[in-house]
Design a binder for this molecule. Structure first.
Ligand code: AP5
Ligand code: MG
Ligand code: ZN
Length: 217
């Protein structure tokens, strides 16, 4: 199962990826998570990525493509993966195609979770994340049971730097300009499924499962 999860910032890619991991036991590869881990560790990659992320811009393809290539050629990706937030440009999509061709892998399905902008702003500004395990919450739509503590590990809950309202607006503009064209790329290949992301988390998950069952049979 080789799944691509696309969609604007806050559409629910990470949330759905976590549910798919539980079901299929395949790795979840989020370029955003990889960059944030590098920022936390203070590596040269982290220092470079932070400049772009904090302002809501894309990290340059010259950096991002190499990182994903390295990650995909690890052994645990042989039997499947969920790519979340990559590809985000046409050049990234072309690079992914050539990497997968080298590996003899074909993409099972490309999902785009579609959500109107006003709802995306609500989701992002209300999002909270666990410092310990990275679990995602929302102050209204998916709150932790105990305020400010993670249900899964008891870790502290925080807000992402790029989830401030001004940065969210910039991320949405960058999505439209750079990432939306990638949709056409996968439509032409017949791999594309649009998901109505306005539905509740478990409803979105049911729709994705149904499409994947169809793709496997
Ligand atoms: P990244 O971390 O990928 O951020 P993003 O694409 O902006 O997406 P998010 O993680 O913000 O949203 P999501 O779709 O995962 O939503 P979530 O499930 O959390 O990238 C960050 C930065 O890294 C980029 O800006 C860029 O600088 C850089 N970067 C990353 N990849 C790159 C690439 N390929 N090339 C270049 N640069 C790259 O859900 C959001 C909230 O909504 C949560 O609170 C959740 O609980 C809630 N929620 C989820 N689903 C629902 C639902 N159905 N109903 C109600 N609430 C919901
Ligand atoms: Mg995410
Ligand atoms: Zn946690």
């Amino acid at each position: 199962m080789y799944i691509l999860l696309m969609g604007p910032p806050g559409a629910g890619k990470g949330t759905q990826a976590a549910l798919l991991v539980e079901k299929f036991r395949i790795p979840h590869i989020s370029t955003g998570d990889i960059f944030r881990a590098a920022v936390r560790e203070g590596t040269p990659l982290g220092l470079e990525a932070k400049r772009y992320m904090d302002s809501g811009s894309l990290v340059p393809d010259s950096v991002t493509i190499g990182i994903v290539k390295d990650r995909l050629t690890k052994l645990d990706c042989k039997n499947g993966f969920i790519l979340d937030g990559f590809p985000r440009t046409l050049d990234q999509a072309a690079a992914l195609d050539s990497t997968l061709a080298d590996m003899g892998i074909e993409i099972t399905r490309v999902f785009n979770i579609s959500v109107p902008d006003a709802e995306l702003v609500r989701r992002l500004t209300g999002r909270r994340i666990c410092k310990g395990c990275g679990a995602t919450y929302h102050v209204l739509f998916n709150p932790p049971k105990a305020a400010d503590r993670c249900d899964k590990c008891g870790g502290e809950i925080f807000q992402r730097v790029d989830d401030q309202e001004e940065t969210v607006a910039r991320r949405l503009a960058v999505y439209r300009a750079r990432t939306q064209p990638v949709i056409g790329y996968y439509q032409e290949k017949g791999l594309y499924t649009e998901i109505d992301g306005r539905q509740a988390i478990d409803e979105v998950s049911i729709v994705i499962d149904g499409v994947l069952r169809g793709a496997m049979s």
